[in-house]
Write a protein that binds this ligand. Structure first.
Ligand SMILES: [Zn+2]
Length: 899
C-alpha cells in the first residue's frame, strides 16, 4: 500500500528526519562497547547480564543474572533482569515460578511486583496482574522509574479490559510528574509519551517520544523506541513505524516486539516479509501471541481458516484471554459457518472487555479484504456503537462506504475519524483524495457513472463510455448475468490518488486498476508515462471483475476472478492483457511456475515482485485451459456454484471432475502443450544468455550449430540490420520471429522487418509485420500507428480508423492522432467515432478553427444541429474568414430556419 504524501497545510504526522540520523549514530557509538571483549570480561555478572539482555543475547543474559544471584550480587536488579529475560523470550511459566520464589523472600519489591504483573498479563491472568501492578505502585518510590512503569502498565491493562475511566487518572498522574519536571531517562520519558498517546494527544506523544529516544539524553530504551513504532502503526504510518523498528533492531537485532512491529508494518504494505518477521519474532519468543496472531491473519487472508485456527490455538494456550486471538478465532468460526461457536466467543470477549470495539473491527477488516464491503460496513457500525472513540473504525467504515459507492457517507465517516484523530494517515490521505475528487467531472452512459479529472475528460469522456458499454454488452451476454448498479468508474490522474482509493485492499504497487464490486477505479494514461499501458484493456479487466465478483457474491478465489479478467482481456482484442515474456519462459523452463493449487497464495502474498506479473498470466492460462478443454459453460457454472459459497475444491470437482491434484496435473500438461516447444528455442544454458556482446563470428557459429536458437538468430539479425545488410538480416529475423512470435521488446523482429520492407518498398510485407506486431503487443501504439500510416496512404479509411482507434486506448491525448482518426472515421462514414475524435481534438486544441469546423460537421452528421452551429461559430470566431465554415453556417442556419 502506498501512502499519499501531501504537501498541503493540513497537519501531517511525519517523523522528522533528524531522529533516524541520530539513532544511526547511537548504533555506531554503541558498537565499540559490544566489541570490547576485555571490557565485558572484567565487568560484574549483573552488568554483563544487562548488556547481554539489551543486545539480545538472551542465553548469556540468563547465565549472567543467575551467576550474579548465586554470588549474592545486585540481588533485586538481577532478579528483575532474569525475569525480564524470561519474559522477553516467552518462558512465561518459568518466569512466574521464579517471580513467586523471589517475592516470597522479598515481598516489598516494587520492581518484582511490576515484573510479575507484566508476566501475568502475557498469560491472560488479568485480575492477578492488576493486583501485582497496584502493589508495585504502593511500594515504588514517588517519581521513580519503577512507579512510572507500573502506572503505564496498569493503565494499559485497564484499557485492554475495558476500564478506560479507571485508566484516565493514571495517565494524568504520569503527565503531572512530567509537567513537574521530575521525569528523567529514556524509559520513563517513553512512559510519559505513552500516557499522552492514551490520552489522545498524539502530537505530544510524538514530541515526548522524540525526546525519550534522543541519545543525547542517555541510553535509549528499547521499550520506548518500540512503543514509538507502535504509535506510528496505530496511525497507519507504516513508513515511520518501519524506521523506528529498524533503529530498534540496530541495538538488538532479535528484540521480539520490534520484529513483530516490522511484521505489522509490512502487513500494511502487503509485503511477503510479514511472515518472515513474524517467524523471526517467534524464533526468539515462540509464545509471542501477537506474532502467532499475525500468522493466523495471513492464513485468513489466504482463506485457509483451518490453518489459521491452528495458530490461534497456539496463542490461546499461552493466553486464553487474548482478545485478538479470540476475535480471530470467532472470525474463522463465522466464516466456516459455525454461528454457535462464534456467539460463544463473542460473549467471552465482551465479558473481558465490554466496551472494546476490536472484536468487531477485526470482522470489518477481514471481511473488507475478502471484498465483502456491505457486510464490513455493518460490522464497522457495530464497532462504533460499542466504542465511539475507536477512530480507526470510522476510517474503515468510511473507506468501505466509498467502495460501495456512497462517497458522501464515506467522507463524513472519515471526517469524523480525522476530527477525533488528526494523525491517522489513512484518514488524512482519504480526505485529501476527496478534495481532489471534488474537482472531477461526472458523466454518464447507459449503465455507468464516470468520475475523472477535467484534463482526462478531454479525451476519455468520449472514449471511455463507449468502451464501457461495449464490454457491458459483451460480457452480460456471455455470462448471462446483469450486474446491479449504479456502476461507477473512477479514473485517477495520478497513481498516488489511485493508491489511496485502493488502500486497504490488495495493494500491489504495480496495479493499474481495482474493482470493489459496483465501483471500480483505474489509472488514467496521465498516471503513468504517457503511452506506456493500455487503459482500455484495464477497463475491460476491471469490468470483468464486476461480473465475476457480483455473480459469486464475492465468494470467488482471488486467482479465479483475476484469471477470468485477464482471459477476457485476451478475448477482447489480440494483444490485450498479460502476455508471454522471456522471463516467464525462463521461469517455466526452470520449473519455477506455480501449480494451479498455489495460485491463490501467489496473489495474496507474492514471494517476489515478478511473481505478481506471472501469477496474472498463469491464472489466465488456467482459465483458458478450462475454456478450451471443458467449455465456457463450465466457467459459468462454476461461478454459480461459488455464489452458493461452495469451496473451490468442490466447485471444480463438480464442474471439471478434477480434484486439486488432478487439476495441478492437467494444468502442468497444458503449460507444456503451450510452452515446451517455444521454451526449447531459448537456449538459456548457453553463455550468450549473459553476454549480450557476442561477436558476429560467434553468432554465425551458434546459428550454424543450433539453428533453432532464438537469441542467436535475433542478435545476428539485429547486427546485420545495423550493418545495412538487410537481405541477410531478413532471414535471421524471420527465423527468430518464427521461434518466438510473442517477443516484442525493443528491436523485435516485427519492428526491424517492417523497417526493412518499408525501405525496400515492400509495403504489403511491412503492413503484415506491423499488424501482426499489434496483435501480440497491446501496450504499444507504435505498430498501430505504423500500420495506420500505410492504410491512410492507400485511403483504406476503414482500416485506418480501426488502427487509430485501438491506439487511443494507449494514448488518447495526441491531437494529430485524433485529427487523423476523425478524418478516417468521417471518410468511412463512422460518424459517432468521428464525433468522438473531433470532440477530443477541439478540446485539446481549443484555438484550432479546423477542429471546431470538423466537430461541427460530425455533430451535424449525428443529428445535433444546435451544437453543430455552436461549433461552427467557434470556428469562425477563431478564423472569421474561414470559407468552409461560413458555408456550413449558412447551411445550418437555413436548416434551422426550415424547422
Ligand atoms: Zn484484477
Amino acid at each position: 500500500m502506498q501512502h499519499f504524501q501531501s504537501n498541503t497545510a493540513k497537519p501531517a504526522f511525519h517523523r522528522r528526519l533528524k531522529i533516524s540520523c541520530v539513532l544511526c549514530a547511537v548504533a555506531i557509538l554503541a558498537l565499540p562497547g559490544y566489541c570490547s571483549v576485555a571490557k565485558i570480561a572484567t565487568a560484574d555478572d549483573y552488568s554483563q547480564g544487562k548488556a547481554a539482555l539489551r543486545s539480545g543475547d538472551y542465553a548469556k543474559a540468563k547465565v549472567c543474572f543467575e551467576s550474579a544471584l548465586s554470588k549474592n550480587n545486585n540481588i533485586e536488579e538481577s532478579q528483575a533482569g532474569l525475569l525480564q529475560t524470561l519474559r522477553e523470550t516467552g518462558a512465561y511459566q518459568e518466569a512466574l515460578k521464579r517471580a513467586q520464589e523471589f517475592l516470597s523472600a522479598r515481598n516489598n519489591s516494587a520492581v518484582l511486583h511490576l515484573e510479575q504483573g507484566r508476566i501475568l498479563e502475557e498469560t491472560g491472568e488479568y485480575a492477578s496482574a492488576e493486583k501485582n501492578l497496584r502493589q508495585s505502585l504502593i511500594l515504588a518510590l514517588p517519581g521513580s522509574a519503577i512507579r512510572l512503569g507500573a502506572l503505564r502498565e496498569l493503565g494499559e491493562l485497564l484499557e485492554e479490559t475495558g476500564k478506560r475511566n479507571d485508566a484516565l487518572p493514571l495517565w494524568n498522574q504520569i503527565l503531572d510528574e512530567y509537567r513537574a519536571g521530575r521525569v528523567r531517562g529514556s524509559q520513563s520519558l517513553g512512559d510519559v509519551a505513552a500516557a499522552a498517546w492514551h490520552r489522545g494527544d498524539a502530537q505530544d506523544a510524538k514530541d515526548i517520544f522524540m525526546d525519550a529516544t534522543d541519545p543525547k539524553n542517555g541510553e535509549v530504551s528499547l521499550e520506548a523506541l518500540a512503543n514509538f513504532g507502535y504509535l506510528f502503526l496505530e496511525k497507519y504510518n507504516a513508513t515511520d513505524a518501519l524506521g523506528v523498528f529498524r533503529d530498534c533492531l540496530k541495538i538488538n537485532k532479535t528484540y521480539p516486539r520490534a520484529l513483530l512491529g516490522m511484521a505489522l508494518a509490512k502487513k500494511y504494505e502487503n509485503d511477503f516479509e510479514v511472515e518472515t518477521y513474524a517467524r523471526a519474532a517467534l524464533a526468539v519468543n515462540s509464545n509471542l501471541a501477537g506474532a502467532l496472531n499475525v500468522l493466523a491473519e495471513l492464513r485468513i487472508e489466504e482463506e485457509d481458516y483451518l490453518s489459521a485456527l491452528v495458530q490461534i490455538k497456539a496463542a490461546l494456550i499461552v493466553n486464553p484471554a487474548n482478545l485478538e486471538s479470540l476475535s480471530l478465532k470467532a472470525f474463522c468460526l463465522y466464516m466456516l459457518g459455525d454461528r454457535a461457536g462464534f456467539s460463544k466467543i463473542e460473549k467471552q470477549v465482551l465479558a473481558i472487555n465490554p466496551v472494546g470495539g476490536t472484536f468487531y473491527s477485526i470482522f470489518a477488516d477481514n471481511l473488507a479484504s475478502r471484498g465483502k464491503y456491505p457486510e464490513a460496513v455493518d460490522w464497522s457500525r457495530k464497532t462504533i456503537a460499542l466504542d465511539p472513540e475507536l477512530w480507526a473504525a470510522y476510517v474503515t467504515l468510511g473507506m468501505n462506504l466509498t467502495r460501495i459507492g456512497d462517497l458522501e457517507g464515506g467522507r463524513k465517516a472519515i471526517q469524523q475519524a480525522f476530527g477525533g484523530d488528526p494523525f491517522n494517515v489513512w484518514a488524512f490521505n482519504s480526505l485529501d483524495l476527496f478534495d481532489q475528487m471534488d474537482t472531477f467531472v461526472q458523466s454518464r452512459s447507459e449503465h455507468f457513472v464516470f468520475l475523472m479529472s477535467k484534463e482526462d475528460a478531454l479525451a476519455l469522456s468520449s472514449f471511455a463510455p463507449e468502451l464501457a458499454e461495449e464490454v457491458y454488452a459483451n460480457l452480460t451476454r456471455r455470462y448471462g448475468f446483469k450486474p446491479s448498479g449504479p456502476l461507477q468508474a473512477e479514473i485517477f490522474p495520478d497513481h498516488a490518488g489511485f493508491a489511496v482509493r485502493t488502500l486497504g485492499l490488495y495493494g500491489l504497487s504495480g496495479a493499474l486498476g481495482v474493482c470493489f464490486g459496483k465501483v471500480f477505479a483505474i489509472d488514467s494514461p496521465h498516471a503513468r508515462e504517457l503511452g506506456s499501458f493500455n487503459w482500455g484493456s484495464v477497463l475491460w479487466h476491471e469490468f470483468t471483475h464486476v461480473i465475476t465478483l457480483q455473480m459469486t457474491d464475492h465468494n470467488i478465489p482471488r486467482w479465479y476472478t483475476e484469471g477470468l479478467s485477464v482471459y477476457e482481456e485476451h478475448r477482447a482484442h489480440p494483444g490485450w492483457g498479460d502476455n508471454l515474456t522471456i522471463t516467464f519462459l525462463e521461469a517455466y523452463k526452470a520449473g519455477k511456475l506455480m501449480k494451479a493449487s498455489e495460485l491463490n497464495t501467489g496473489f495474496v502474498r507474492p514471494v517476489k515482485p515478478e511473481q505478481v506479473m506471472f501469477v496474472y498470466y498463469q491464472a489466465a492460462l488456467l482459465c483458458e485451459m478450462i475454456d478450451e478443454k471443458y467449455g465456457f459453460e463450465k466457467i459459468r457454472r462454476s461461478l454459480l456454484l461459488f455464489a452458493e459459497n461452495q469451496p473451490a475444491e468442490d466447485v471444480f470437482r463438480e464442474t471439471l471432475g478434477l480434484n486439486a491434484a488432478q487439476m495441478d496435473a492437467e494444468y502442468a500438461k497444458y503449460l507444456d502443450s503451450r510452452f515446451k516447444a517455444i521454451a526449447s528455442h531459448l537456449y538459456l544454458q548457453e553463455p550468450e544468455k549473459t553476454s549480450s556482446v557476442s561477436s558476429k563470428e560467434d553468432l554465425v557459429r551458434q546459428v550454424r550449430t543450433t539453428p533453432d536458437n532464438f537469441r542467436a538468430n535475433l542478435q545476428l539479425g539485429q547486427l546485420l540490420r545495423k550493418e545495412g545488410a538487410n537481405s541477410e538480416a531478413e532471414g535471421y529475423l524471420k527465423k527468430a520471429q518464427q521461434l518466438f512470435p510473442q517477443y516484442v521488446e525493443a528491436g523485435n523482429p516485427y519492428e526491424l522487418l517492417g523497417e526493412i520492407y518499408l525501405e525496400s518498398k515492400r509495403e504489403d510485407d511491412a503492413l503484415a509485420q506491423f499488424t501482426a506486431w499489434s496483435r501480440v503487443d497491446g501496450d504499444s501504439a507504435k505498430p498501430l500507428l505504423k500500420a495506420a500510416k500505410i492504410y491512410r496512404s492507400r485511403k483504406d479509411w476503414d482500416s485506418t480508423a480501426k488502427m487509430l482507434n485501438l491506439s487511443i486506448f494507449i494514448n488518447p491525448f495526441d491531437p494529430d492522432i485524433q485529427r487523423m482518426l476523425g478524418e478516417a472515421a468521417m471518410e468511412s462514414g463512422n460518424w459517432p467515432l468521428a464525433l468522438a475524435a473531433y470532440k477530443t481534438l477541439a478540446g485539446l486544441n481549443t484555438s484550432d478553427a479546423d477542429a471546431h469546423y470538423d466537430l461541427a460537421r460530425a455533430l451535424l452528421a449525428t443529428g445535433n444541429k444546435q451544437e453543430a452551429k455552436r461549433e461552427v461559430l467557434r470556428s469562425l470566431e477563431i478564423a472569421p474568414t474561414y470559407r468552409k465554415a461560413q458555408q456550413l453556417l449558412l447551411k445550418l442556419s437555413g436548416g434551422i430556419n426550415e424547422n
